[in-house]
Design a binder for this molecule. Structure first.
Ligand code: 2AM
Ligand code: CA
Ligand code: CA
Ligand code: CA
Length: 273
């Protein structure tokens, strides 16, 4: 299917920023790095990529607002459209020359996510989705995996660094999911976790304490690939809570129940005997 005018704008911005990231990826030892918090780095590569995406999207769609990881919220005269952008998701991988990172761009219209793009320039993988149009990897239609048993499922997740909120809770959850599934994977890029779930590589994904720019494009992607995405209570307050659970209808539901059980047993006092 030929990409829409909107998707071509998003692809154009991502490819240009991707060339900048690919150049920096070859020279990581020379990158300027600053520390924003515990295990939270920002490099010159993040900033350069964000600058390119901001310039390209502003030129193509003047007036749209932005929510970007490094620049924050930028209101535009157009009150209905907002780009949600992570210029480099997986900065820690990037700094270690691990080729698992991505650019994530989503468009929100009247508060509803209508398009998403996740681009890994090293693997040359462009995941795209528009509301009602399905999800694609490069030019190929993608769908969530069909598996319905957790025992044979591979589940993606992200680990909150010990200095971040949710670390203790995560340890209980991951122990439960590891004991129930065929395996847990942690890529270091929430955007790619969601894209890989949309493509059926992961059967499911969950993480806590994420930001809208980590998830926005991936939410559209998973839904358009036929999957289910909610917060950890099964509701739609994903951005408000920072928690996300994704998968096909069955795995999504089973994951929700499993995480709930893991947290209930962690919260209850130690049993006698
Ligand atoms: P980043 O690389 O854009 O920072 C991995 O579990 C996810 O957590 C990635 O999407 C990563 O995005 C994000 N992340 C890394 N460090 C973080 C921090 N200190 N606070 C919140 N999110 C973080
Ligand atoms: Ca970051
Ligand atoms: Ca991120
Ligand atoms: Ca980032």
């Amino acid at each position: 299917m030929p990409a829409s005018a909107l998707m071509n704008v998003m692809i154009g911005a991502a490819r240009k920023a991707g060339r900048s990231l690919a150049r920096d990826f070859g020279e990581v030892e020379h990158l300027q790095v600053s520390v924003k918090g515990p295990a939270n780095f920002v490099t010159a590569a993040d900033l350069r990529a964000e600058e390119i995406i901001f310039a390209e999207l502003s030129r193509a769609r003047p007036g749209y607002g932005f929510l970007m990881e490094e620049r924050g919220e930028i209101k535009g005269p157009d009150g209905t459209h907002r780009w949600i952008v992570d210029p480099l998701d997986g900065t820690t991988n990037f700094l270690h020359s691990i080729p698992i990172f991505a650019i994530s761009i989503a468009l929100e219209r009247d508060g509803e996510l209508v398009a998403g793009l996740i681009y890994n320039p090293v693997m040359n993988e462009t995941f795209t989705a528009e509301k009602g149009q399905g999800a694609f990897l490069n030019d190929k239609r993608i769908r969530v995996a069909a598996r319905t048993e957790l025992a044979t499922s591979v589940i993606g997740t992200g680990i909150p660094h010990s200095g971040r909120p949710g670390h203790e809770r995560f340890l209980g959850e991951v122990e439960t999911v590891m004991g129930t599934s065929a395996g847990v994977r942690r890529t270091g890029s929430a955007a790619l976790d969601l894209a890989w779930t949309a493509a059926g590589r992961f059967d499911g994904f969950w993480e806590n304490n994420l930001h809208p720019w980590d998830m926005a494009a991936g939410i559209v992607m998973v839904k358009e690939a036929g999957g289910y995405v909610t917060d950890t209570n099964g509701k739609d307050k994903i951005f408000e809570t920072g928690g996300i659970v994704a998968g096909n209808e069955t795995i999504h539901l089973k994951l929700l129940k499993l995480l709930k059980a893991a947290n209930a047993s962690a919260a209850s006092p130690a049993k006698a005997g």
